[in-house]
Design a protein around this ligand. Structure first.
Ligand code: ADE
Length: 322
C-alpha cells in the first residue's frame, strides 16, 4: 500500500515516520509513505501559499492553486486518481472499522490543512472524504494524518509480530482490550493474576475474554451494542450491576436463545436453564420474549412449549409438468 501526505510541513511528518515500527515497516517495504511539500508548487513569486480570507475574519487560508498543482503532480506520477482524504475536524470521526477499510486500499492521499483552513473550491475539486481524529481542533492536519497513517500501517500484513494481534485488541471487535502483564510476577505488592501463570490456554482465553467484557461494560458500555456477544458473554455481563444500564442485553440474549430454540421441537424453562446455565427465572423470561416474537407457542403450565415453524419455511414444490 502507498500513502502520500500532502503538507506544508513534510519534515514534521518525516520525523514521526522515521521512528520505531513505522520506520521498520517502511524499510521492509510493507508500506510506502511519502511526504510531498505543497509549497514548491506555488506560482506566487514570494512563495506564499496562503492569504487572508474573503469576507474578513482573522487568520490565513491556504490557497487553492498550490494544493491543486501538488495533487495533479502526484496523480501524474501515480498514473491514476487516488482516493484523497482531507484531514479536518469537520470530517467523519475515525474508528478502527474505518481504519480497517482504508488499510485495504492500494493508494491513499492525506491532505493536511494548516492555519485557518483551505480554500473550499480546491476541496470541492479533489476531496473524496474528510476524516477527523476526534472532537477537538488542532493547529493543522499533520498530526491527524500521522495518526491515520500509523493506524493503517500497523494493519498491513507483516507489520505486527502476529497478524492476529490486532484481532484481540481494543476496538477491533467493539470490545476493549484485556489488561497485559510482564515480569516480574510481583511488583509493589501487586501480583500478576494467577491464571496467566498457569499455562492453561483454555482458562487464559476465558479470563481474557471476561476482562474484555467487564472493561467494556464499565468503561465504554456504548460499544457493547455493536459487539458480537455469545449467550455466555451476556450471562457473564449480567453478573455486574452495571449491566442494568444496558437493557439491550436481554434482547441480545433472547436472540442467542432464539437461534438455539429454532433447532429444537420443544423447549421448557428447565431445558434452557441447563443448556445456557442460566437461572430458571431468566429462562422463563426468555420463553416469554420468544412467545411475544411468535417463536414458541403459548405456555401451558408444566408442559414444554412447542417451537413454531418460522415464517417462509414452508414452501410448495411445483413440478415442471404443471
Ligand atoms: N485538523 C485540525 N483538527 C483536526 C482533527 N481533530 N481531526 C482531523 N484534522 C484536524
Amino acid at each position: 500500500m502507498r500513502i502520500d501526505i500532502l503538507t506544508l510541513f513534510p519534515e514534521m511528518c518525516e520525523a514521526v515516520l522515521s521512528e520505531s515500527i513505522l520506520k521498520r515497516a517502511r524499510g521492509a517495504g510493507l508500506v510506502e509513505i511519502h511526504c510531498r511539500d505543497i509549497r514548491p508548487y506555488t506560482k506566487d513569486k514570494h512563495h506564499r501559499v496562503d492569504d487572508s480570507p474573503y469576507g474578513g475574519g482573522f487568520g490565513l487560508v491556504m490557497q487553492a492553486q498550490p494544493v491543486y498543482d501538488c495533487y495533479r503532480a502526484l496523480c501524474a506520477e501515480l498514473g491514476k486518481k487516488p482516493h484523497l482524504i482531507y484531514m479536518s475536524p469537520a470530517g467523519q470521526t475515525l474508528t478502527q472499522q474505518k481504519v480497517k477499510a482504508l488499510s485495504e486500499m492500494d493508494n491513499l492521499v492525506l491532505l493536511c490543512g494548516h492555519y485557518e483552513g483551505m480554500d473550499e473550491r480546491v476541496l470541492e475539486e479533489i476531496v473524496d472524504e474528510e476524516v477527523s481524529i476526534g472532537d477537538y481542533v488542532l493547529t493543522g492536519g499533520e498530526l491527524p494524518a500521522l495518526v491515520l497513517a500509523d493506524s493503517i500501517t500497523r494493519m498491513q500484513p507483516g507489520v505486527l509480530a502476529a497478524d492476529e494481534a490486532f484481532e484481540k485488541e481494543s476496538h477491533y471487535d467493539f470490545l476493549l482490550e484485556y489488561p497485559q502483564y510482564t515480569k516480574p510476577p510481583v511488583w509493589m505488592n501487586r501480583a500478576v493474576p494467577e491464571v496467566l501463570l498457569t499455562g492453561h490456554h483454555g482458562n487464559i482465553d476465558r479470563w481474557q475474554r471476561e476482562q474484555m467484557l467487564e472493561r467494556t461494560l464499565k468503561r465504554r458500555p456504548d460499544l457493547l451494542q455493536k459487539a458480537q456477544l455469545t449467550a455466555a458473554d451476556i450471562l457473564y455481563l449480567r453478573t455486574f450491576p452495571e449491566s442494568r444500564d444496558c437493557p439491550f442485553l436481554t434482547d441480545r440474549l433472547a436472540d442467542c436463545v432464539e437461534d438455539y430454540v429454532r433447532t429444537q421441537k420443544k423447549v421448557s424453562p428447565t431445558s434452557l436453564q441447563r443448556k445456557f446455565k442460566m437461572e430458571y427465572a431468566l429462562a422463563v423470561r426468555m420463553l416469554d420474549i420468544l412467545e411475544q416474537r411468535g417463536v414458541v407457542s403459548a405456555y401451558e403450565k408444566g408442559k414444554p412449549r412447542t417451537v413454531l415453524p418460522s415464517q417462509g419455511e414452508e414452501y410448495v414444490e411445483i413440478s415442471e409438468t404443471e
